[in-house]
Design a protein around this ligand. Sequence first.
Ligand code: GLP
Length: 252
Amino acid sequence: MEKIYKNFRILVAEDYEKVSSMAADIIAKQVSSKITSVLGLATGSTPVGAYQDLARLNKLGVVDFEKVTTFNLDEYYPINKKNNQSYDYFMKDNLFNHINIAPGNTFIPNGEAADAAKECLEYESRIESAGGIDLQLLGIGLNGHIGFNEPADIFPQITHHVKLDDSTIKANSRFFDNANDVPKHALTMGVGTIMRSAQILLLISGAGKAEIAQKVIFGDITPKVPGTALQLHRSVTVILDKPAAEKVTPML
Ligand code: GLP
């Protein structure tokens, strides 16, 4: 099912596999239409399937990443890049090691930086120097966070250092041996950074995300639910699987 609702193009897919293949196709089309595309990338479990499909399309010669540049949304802080829970490790493991991208063209906020504030400013200006992001891939946190922009009183404008919510630490503890191992801070693009990308591709999967999916698309725009800012972006495609779309489909 495909529906246009305000600024959102909403695609409801049968299941997670279909969400992943549709997302990979959209990213591949972006790269084919502009070989020097600047992609914004995300971590979390949601984009993993899309990354596998992109690696497959790359091997088949359907998509070429040689001249592509990527900027990841966020990274834990502080974290050693060799830690298998760092987003640096995640991106190599799930995507970069499996496609023909130049390692020097892949950017992730540096979780090892001695000066977090300086790293954030430099990251923001690296994005600007690259000409901005053409297509930003996003997942959504259970509390509505995008990147690591946690519920707050304002929408942060640029890449910044954040303290993670207890609920995020709890949600992400599934990847660590225990909740105490989850870093308490992160470096993340701001909501403003995300909003400056030309196009956004938001993936939402699973019944656990049904409530937040509805809020992001139909709820009041508030920094208490950072993803609601997307209602003000000019070009957002949302792909949901049926369980995630349970509370969205009846409102379309
Ligand atoms: C993580 C990331 C987000 C991601 C979100 C959802 O903490 N910082 O960029 O979108 O949480 O993760 P998942 O896809 O595993 O539900």
